[in-house]
Design a protein around this ligand. Sequence first.
Ligand code: MRU
Length: 353
Amino acid sequence: MENHLQSVKYKRGEYFQVLDQLKVPHELVYRDIKSVEDAVDAIKRMQVRGAPLIAIVGCFGIAIELGKEIVQIDDKTQLLSYIREKIQALIDARPTAVNMRKEGLRLIDFLEEKAKSRDNVSILKTDVLVWIEDLYKLDLETNKASCAIGKHGAEAILQKYRKNSEGKINVLTICNTGSLATSGYGTALGVIRALHGNGDLNQVYFTETRPYNQGSRLTAFELLVDKIPSTLICDSAVSWLMKNHDISAVIVGADRVVKNGDTANKIGTYQLAIAAKAHGVGFYVAAPFSSIDPTISTGDQIVIEERPGTEVTQIGTRVWNPAFDVTPANLITGIITEIGVFTPEELFVKLDN
Ligand code: MRU
């Protein structure tokens, strides 16, 4: 389970660097992140992207500022208001993905709890650093630990869609959900890696994913490095692909899965789900529990980030450029998590208990 592309490099009190994903695959260049402001900038500019990675980068932005003692914080009240303010700026950088919000609020809770019994601000700062470093390790484990998402997803899809014991399957994915979007193995791409690793994958088709081309640049690169048989298609070719090729399942990532199973993911995901339904193709969302938001009951309440029109055109025409869409739960066959695969209804019951 090699992590071929290291998306972040961090050493406490020394450095924090992110792989500039705007330059991949042509160049592998790391940007030095020296502050939370730098982290917010890298997230907004899409130098780093993907829901789990955004949370890691945001938290490491705080860690590098604290670890290098860039800001002067003299007591625990100052530390708490500093953390609250920085977390809010990081959440606002890209509002649709829930991971930064969830981890940020967990960090605030953790610090508030610690501060009840501790006055020494340098010990509290170290507590925060350790918490953030553990978050990174945990994310790596979630991804890697027996590659749980990959394993559960591959099993569920093969069980339902493999035509015979020898038959290999074709699948379709969108955007980039691999080691570049997480701290390790990947979510939807993790399932695809597992299918390939077990010899069950004939071909993965993947969309170019305009306007940032996370598919044709980033996923293409990861698939080539791993030598996974793959074919790139234009975003507009998905229905025609399903009509003409034997596609068993669509496997996508998630920026936020809400309580009823409605799922926000890269713009274009919703139309994949509609096309899948029309062609009898399975539609799976692969997401760790860190991307599940039980505080929101339906997808209507998810804030969808709208990005500048200049990302799409330079000639002054009017543009609507939503970065994500919401796939309704009734189009989702299964939600693949690190603890198993659930239908949206099953997930709802689980979140309720
Ligand atoms: O705009 P992006 O590139 O951040 O969008 C990424 C996606 O939509 C991914 O599918 C999602 O974040 C899951 S990544 C494991």
